[in-house]
Design a protein around this ligand. Structure first.
Ligand SMILES: Nc1ncnc2c1ncn2[C@@H]1O[C@H](COP(=O)(O)OP(=O)(O)O)[C@@H](O)[C@H]1O
Ligand SMILES: [Mg+2]
Length: 228
Protein backbone atom coordinates (compact mmCIF):
# COMPACT_ATOMS: atom_id res chain seq x y z
CA UNK A 1 0.00 0.00 0.00
CA UNK A 2 2.10 2.78 -1.40
CA UNK A 3 -0.24 5.62 -0.40
CA UNK A 4 0.26 5.42 3.37
CA UNK A 5 2.31 8.50 4.42
CA UNK A 6 5.07 6.27 5.89
CA UNK A 7 5.29 4.19 2.75
CA UNK A 8 5.35 7.35 0.67
CA UNK A 9 8.23 8.86 2.60
CA UNK A 10 10.08 5.51 2.50
CA UNK A 11 9.50 5.40 -1.24
CA UNK A 12 10.86 8.92 -1.74
CA UNK A 13 13.91 8.10 0.43
CA UNK A 14 14.56 5.12 -1.82
CA UNK A 15 14.25 7.34 -4.90
CA UNK A 16 16.90 9.60 -3.39
CA UNK A 17 19.33 6.67 -3.31
CA UNK A 18 18.81 6.13 -7.04
CA UNK A 19 19.16 9.81 -7.85
CA UNK A 20 22.34 10.04 -5.73
CA UNK A 21 23.84 7.17 -7.75
CA UNK A 22 23.05 8.94 -11.00
CA UNK A 23 24.67 12.09 -9.61
CA UNK A 24 27.84 10.18 -8.74
CA UNK A 25 27.96 8.92 -12.32
CA UNK A 26 27.62 12.46 -13.62
CA UNK A 27 30.30 13.85 -11.27
CA UNK A 28 32.72 11.15 -12.37
CA UNK A 29 32.06 11.97 -16.01
CA UNK A 30 32.64 15.68 -15.32
CA UNK A 31 35.92 14.92 -13.55
CA UNK A 32 36.97 12.78 -16.47
CA UNK A 33 36.08 15.33 -19.11
CA UNK A 34 37.38 18.36 -17.19
CA UNK A 35 40.29 18.18 -14.73
CA UNK A 36 41.61 14.83 -15.95
CA UNK A 37 41.87 16.04 -19.55
CA UNK A 38 43.52 19.29 -18.41
CA UNK A 39 46.07 17.57 -16.18
CA UNK A 40 46.83 15.22 -19.04
CA UNK A 41 47.29 18.15 -21.46
CA UNK A 42 49.52 20.00 -18.96
CA UNK A 43 51.64 16.87 -18.50
CA UNK A 44 52.08 16.50 -22.26
CA UNK A 45 53.36 20.09 -22.44
CA UNK A 46 55.69 19.49 -19.53
CA UNK A 47 57.15 16.36 -21.15
CA UNK A 48 58.04 18.51 -24.20
CA UNK A 49 59.66 21.22 -22.05
CA UNK A 50 61.46 18.50 -20.08
CA UNK A 51 62.92 17.02 -23.26
CA UNK A 52 64.03 20.46 -24.58
CA UNK A 53 65.56 21.48 -21.27
CA UNK A 54 67.30 18.14 -21.09
CA UNK A 55 69.43 19.22 -24.02
CA UNK A 56 70.72 22.17 -21.95
CA UNK A 57 71.71 20.21 -18.88
CA UNK A 58 75.20 21.58 -19.03
CA UNK A 59 73.98 25.20 -19.31
CA UNK A 60 73.12 25.76 -15.66
CA UNK A 61 69.51 24.50 -15.83
CA UNK A 62 69.99 21.57 -13.47
CA UNK A 63 67.84 23.11 -10.72
CA UNK A 64 64.96 23.95 -13.13
CA UNK A 65 65.10 20.47 -14.66
CA UNK A 66 64.95 18.90 -11.22
CA UNK A 67 61.98 21.05 -10.17
CA UNK A 68 60.18 20.26 -13.39
CA UNK A 69 60.82 16.54 -12.87
CA UNK A 70 59.30 16.74 -9.40
CA UNK A 71 56.25 18.63 -10.72
CA UNK A 72 55.76 16.03 -13.45
CA UNK A 73 55.94 13.28 -10.82
CA UNK A 74 53.34 15.03 -8.64
CA UNK A 75 50.93 15.48 -11.54
CA UNK A 76 51.36 11.86 -12.63
CA UNK A 77 50.62 10.81 -9.08
CA UNK A 78 47.51 13.03 -8.94
CA UNK A 79 46.28 11.62 -12.24
CA UNK A 80 46.73 8.08 -10.94
CA UNK A 81 44.86 8.85 -7.72
CA UNK A 82 41.96 10.42 -9.62
CA UNK A 83 41.77 7.45 -11.97
CA UNK A 84 41.76 4.98 -9.07
CA UNK A 85 39.04 7.00 -7.35
CA UNK A 86 36.96 7.17 -10.52
CA UNK A 87 37.34 3.44 -11.09
CA UNK A 88 36.31 2.62 -7.54
CA UNK A 89 33.30 4.95 -7.50
CA UNK A 90 31.92 4.53 -10.99
CA UNK A 91 28.49 2.98 -10.40
CA UNK A 92 28.24 -0.49 -11.94
CA UNK A 93 25.26 -1.26 -14.16
CA UNK A 94 22.89 -1.74 -11.27
CA UNK A 95 19.81 -2.16 -13.44
CA UNK A 96 21.27 -4.89 -15.62
CA UNK A 97 23.31 -6.96 -13.18
CA UNK A 98 21.99 -8.95 -10.26
CA UNK A 99 23.00 -8.42 -6.65
CA UNK A 100 25.58 -11.19 -6.41
CA UNK A 101 27.34 -10.13 -9.61
CA UNK A 102 27.46 -6.51 -8.50
CA UNK A 103 28.81 -7.28 -5.02
CA UNK A 104 31.22 -9.98 -6.17
CA UNK A 105 32.53 -7.60 -8.83
CA UNK A 106 33.26 -5.09 -6.10
CA UNK A 107 35.06 -7.73 -4.02
CA UNK A 108 37.24 -8.66 -7.01
CA UNK A 109 37.94 -5.00 -7.72
CA UNK A 110 38.99 -4.50 -4.08
CA UNK A 111 41.38 -7.46 -4.33
CA UNK A 112 42.90 -6.05 -7.50
CA UNK A 113 43.32 -2.55 -6.06
CA UNK A 114 44.74 -3.58 -2.68
CA UNK A 115 46.36 -6.98 -3.16
CA UNK A 116 44.24 -8.29 -0.27
CA UNK A 117 41.94 -11.32 -0.31
CA UNK A 118 38.16 -11.07 -0.13
CA UNK A 119 36.42 -14.38 0.59
CA UNK A 120 32.95 -13.97 -0.92
CA UNK A 121 30.32 -16.41 0.23
CA UNK A 122 26.62 -16.70 -0.56
CA UNK A 123 24.85 -19.04 1.83
CA UNK A 124 21.81 -20.59 0.11
CA UNK A 125 19.52 -18.88 -2.39
CA UNK A 126 18.97 -15.14 -2.45
CA UNK A 127 15.61 -13.71 -3.55
CA UNK A 128 15.27 -10.77 -5.94
CA UNK A 129 16.07 -7.45 -4.27
CA UNK A 130 14.88 -3.97 -5.22
CA UNK A 131 17.21 -1.52 -6.96
CA UNK A 132 17.66 0.69 -3.86
CA UNK A 133 18.64 -2.39 -1.81
CA UNK A 134 21.20 -3.35 -4.45
CA UNK A 135 22.67 0.16 -4.49
CA UNK A 136 22.62 0.41 -0.69
CA UNK A 137 24.39 -2.93 -0.11
CA UNK A 138 26.96 -2.05 -2.79
CA UNK A 139 27.91 1.29 -1.19
CA UNK A 140 27.97 -0.25 2.30
CA UNK A 141 30.27 -3.07 1.16
CA UNK A 142 32.50 -0.52 -0.58
CA UNK A 143 32.90 1.53 2.61
CA UNK A 144 33.31 -1.54 4.85
CA UNK A 145 36.07 -3.02 2.66
CA UNK A 146 37.77 0.34 2.38
CA UNK A 147 37.72 0.74 6.18
CA UNK A 148 39.06 -2.79 6.70
CA UNK A 149 42.01 -2.06 4.45
CA UNK A 150 42.71 1.56 5.38
CA UNK A 151 42.07 1.44 9.12
CA UNK A 152 42.07 -2.27 10.00
CA UNK A 153 45.18 -2.99 7.87
CA UNK A 154 43.47 -6.30 7.14
CA UNK A 155 44.69 -8.42 4.25
CA UNK A 156 41.80 -10.88 4.55
CA UNK A 157 38.14 -9.89 4.40
CA UNK A 158 35.08 -12.13 4.53
CA UNK A 159 31.78 -11.19 2.92
CA UNK A 160 28.77 -13.40 3.62
CA UNK A 161 25.25 -13.02 2.26
CA UNK A 162 22.14 -14.96 3.19
CA UNK A 163 18.40 -14.54 3.32
CA UNK A 164 15.27 -16.01 4.87
CA UNK A 165 13.30 -14.88 1.79
CA UNK A 166 12.08 -11.69 3.48
CA UNK A 167 15.25 -9.97 4.72
CA UNK A 168 18.74 -10.09 3.32
CA UNK A 169 21.78 -10.17 5.61
CA UNK A 170 25.26 -9.00 4.64
CA UNK A 171 28.22 -9.49 6.96
CA UNK A 172 31.63 -7.98 6.27
CA UNK A 173 34.28 -9.26 8.64
CA UNK A 174 38.00 -8.56 8.85
CA UNK A 175 40.85 -9.86 10.96
CA UNK A 176 42.45 -6.44 11.19
CA UNK A 177 43.55 -4.37 14.16
CA UNK A 178 39.99 -3.42 15.20
CA UNK A 179 39.12 -0.29 17.15
CA UNK A 180 37.44 0.97 20.26
CA UNK A 181 33.78 1.37 19.29
CA UNK A 182 32.85 3.67 22.17
CA UNK A 183 35.59 6.16 21.34
CA UNK A 184 34.68 6.35 17.66
CA UNK A 185 30.91 6.31 18.09
CA UNK A 186 31.11 9.08 20.69
CA UNK A 187 32.81 11.14 18.02
CA UNK A 188 35.89 11.70 20.15
CA UNK A 189 38.14 11.11 17.18
CA UNK A 190 36.74 13.77 14.88
CA UNK A 191 34.26 13.62 12.05
CA UNK A 192 33.75 10.24 10.41
CA UNK A 193 31.03 9.96 7.84
CA UNK A 194 31.64 6.40 6.62
CA UNK A 195 30.00 4.49 9.47
CA UNK A 196 27.30 7.12 9.78
CA UNK A 197 26.58 6.86 6.05
CA UNK A 198 26.20 3.08 6.34
CA UNK A 199 23.77 3.48 9.23
CA UNK A 200 21.75 6.07 7.30
CA UNK A 201 21.52 3.98 4.15
CA UNK A 202 20.31 1.00 6.14
CA UNK A 203 17.79 3.24 7.92
CA UNK A 204 16.40 4.49 4.59
CA UNK A 205 15.92 0.87 3.53
CA UNK A 206 14.08 0.08 6.75
CA UNK A 207 16.78 -2.29 8.02
CA UNK A 208 19.18 -2.54 10.95
CA UNK A 209 22.91 -1.90 11.21
CA UNK A 210 25.29 -3.57 13.66
CA UNK A 211 29.00 -3.18 14.16
CA UNK A 212 31.32 -5.13 16.42
CA UNK A 213 34.95 -4.34 16.97
CA UNK A 214 37.65 -4.44 19.60
CA UNK A 215 41.31 -3.47 19.43
CA UNK A 216 43.27 -6.51 18.28
CA UNK A 217 40.12 -8.50 17.48
CA UNK A 218 39.01 -7.39 14.03
CA UNK A 219 35.76 -5.80 12.95
CA UNK A 220 32.40 -7.03 11.74
CA UNK A 221 29.73 -4.95 10.02
CA UNK A 222 26.35 -6.67 9.78
CA UNK A 223 23.36 -5.24 7.98
CA UNK A 224 19.86 -6.67 7.71
CA UNK A 225 17.48 -5.11 5.18
CA UNK A 226 14.11 -6.10 3.71
CA UNK A 227 14.64 -7.47 0.20
CA UNK A 228 11.95 -5.25 -1.36
N1 LIG B 1 37.38 -2.18 9.79
C1 LIG B 1 37.93 -1.29 10.62
N2 LIG B 1 39.08 -1.57 11.27
C2 LIG B 1 39.65 -0.69 12.12
N3 LIG B 1 39.14 0.52 12.40
C3 LIG B 1 37.99 0.88 11.79
C4 LIG B 1 37.33 0.01 10.87
N4 LIG B 1 36.21 0.63 10.44
C5 LIG B 1 36.18 1.82 11.05
N5 LIG B 1 37.24 1.99 11.86
C6 LIG B 1 37.51 3.14 12.74
O1 LIG B 1 36.35 3.93 12.77
C7 LIG B 1 36.63 5.24 12.31
C8 LIG B 1 35.44 5.77 11.57
O2 LIG B 1 35.26 5.15 10.29
P1 LIG B 1 34.48 5.93 9.18
O3 LIG B 1 33.20 6.42 9.77
O4 LIG B 1 34.36 5.04 7.99
O5 LIG B 1 35.34 7.21 8.85
P2 LIG B 1 36.72 7.39 8.05
O6 LIG B 1 36.96 6.13 7.26
O7 LIG B 1 36.46 8.57 7.17
O8 LIG B 1 37.76 7.64 9.12
C9 LIG B 1 37.89 5.12 11.49
O9 LIG B 1 38.61 6.31 11.42
C10 LIG B 1 38.64 4.02 12.24
O10 LIG B 1 39.28 4.57 13.37
MG1 LIG C 1 35.58 5.10 6.18
Amino acid sequence: MIDQPDDRSRESSRRILQIAEREVGRIILDIHDGPVQNIFAALSQMYIVQRRLGRHLGDGFADEIERLGRSVGLLEHALNDIRTFMGAFRPPEFERRDLILVLEGLAIQHEALTGSTVVFDVDGDLPEVSLPVKIGLYRILQEALSNSTRHGKADHHFVTLYSDGKDIVMEVTDEGIGFDLATVLNGLEGIHIGLEGMRERVGILGGSFHIQSAPGNGTQVRVVVPCQ
